[in-house]
Design a protein around this ligand. Structure first.
Ligand code: ATP
Length: 354
């Protein structure tokens, strides 16, 4: 449905915001574009919308090459972070505006705006101005405006980032339900990994204008292809520890660990990065050969669980290791000797970051 081929966007001054990118987004798919600040997410979205002209490559929408078409002829609706509502127009006029631009007749305009407003629970607010609405209501107006013109694709640029934490969760669920119902292909830019995992059918993780990984939320969470993706995805960052292979095991920070499947055959001495999520390690207060030794440092209460940070046992500057333990196990006292025992089947091994 949306097809990007060999896409390059260079800004004056030599910044390569998009660096030879290929991506196919299926009809009806919800794709989240995720990555750190400056990785090129917004530029990519704007290039799909036609607000930026690519330096090289092609943009296809619905099987048609739209690279040379202006935004108005691409049949996509973009929803911005600040909603970009017209302050002098009421809600009804804001929703109907793109229909007016498309020269849809007055009666049909009204009917479609009213039906869309009804669907988004805005019927009582049609004669208000944007300044008289809450953040969540403004967001729904921006959505209604995008939906009313029945586009072939929605392009969202961090549409939830101006909402407070609680409203953000409600709006997220609402958005996902709406997208399911409408079945419209959606590209959603965010730098919030939790939001990307929760919303998307597939997540595209960007780094430096390129795609680091494209996969389902489960794939990017459970099998990140690089240490960059591993460190970026997850509510608590993955433990990534230097180590080396020896005799079919991995020597990591004073522990002898069982390698997951394919890493069993590494030649002795091979340097590796060993990765395990804090959720996939257990805490032992008895010495374990297969446990990373340390002392309890900071303990953070996450509600139903505790995030325990182990500091190097000898007080040296070895790596910190984090473990998530159930809240009912009780809070360990700082300084208590402890061992973080990774579940081998959940561990990941990288060589040269891959
Ligand atoms: P953020 O999450 O901070 O919004 P982003 O991933 O959306 O970041 P972009 O806004 O796409 O990143 O920017 C990608 C790179 O291109 C950055 O290095 C940025 O400084 C640069 N850039 C963006 N727009 C322009 C411009 N109009 N002129 C020059 N450089 C630009």
């Amino acid at each position: 449905m949306i097809s990007l081929r060999g896409l390059v966007k260079e800004f004056p001054g030599g910044v390569r915001a998009i660096d030879d990118l290929d991506l196919e987004i299926a009809d009806g798919e919800f794709l989240a574009l995720l990555g750190p600040s400056g990785c090129g997410k917004t530029t990519l979205l704007r290039t799909i919308a036609g607000l930026e002209t690519p330096t090289a490559g092609r943009v296809g929408i619905g099987g048609r090459d739209v690279t040379a078409l202006p935004p108005g002829r691409r049949d996509v609706a973009m929803v911005f972070q600040d909603y970009a509502l017209f302050p002098h127009m009421d809600v009804a006029a804001n929703i109907a505006y793109p229909l007016r631009v498309k020269r849809v007749g007055r009666a049909e305009r009204r009917a479609r705006a009213a039906a869309t407003a009804d669907r988004l629970d805005l019927s009582g607010l049609l004669d208000r101005r944007p300044a008289q609405l809450s953040g969540g209501q403004q967001q729904r107006v921006a959505l209604a405006r995008a939906i009313a013109c029945r586009p072939r694709a929605f392009l969202f640029d961090e549409p939830l980032s101006n909402l407070d934490a609680r409203l953000r969760l409600t709006a997220r669920t609402f958005l996902k339900r709406l997208q399911r119902e409408l079945g419209v292909t959606t590209v959603f830019v965010t730098h919030d990994q939790g939001e990307a995992l929760a919303l998307a059918d597939r997540v595209a993780v960007m780094s430096g204008g390129r795609l680091a990984q494209v996969g389902t939320p489960a794939e990017v969470f459970q099998r990140p292809l690089t240490t960059f993706v591993a460190a970026f995805i997850g509510a608590t960052p993955m433990n990534l520890l230097p180590g080396r292979a020896e005799g079919g095991a991995l020597l990591v920070a004073g522990a002898r660990l069982t390698p997951p499947g394919p890493a069993r055959d590494l030649p002795d001495g091979t340097p590796v990065t060993y990765g395990v999520r804090p959720e996939y390690a257990d805490l032992s207060y008895e010495p374990r050969e297969d446990g990373l030794p340390g002392r309890v440092g900071v303990v953070e209460n996450m509600g139903t669980a505790l995030l325990v940070t182990l500091e190097p046992a000898g007080g040296g500057d070895g790596p910190l290791v984090q473990v998530v333990v159930p809240e009912e196990d009780g809070e360990p006292a700082p300084g208590t000797p402890a061992w973080a025992v990774p579940r081998a089947s959940r561990a990941l091994v990288y060589r040269d970051g891959r």
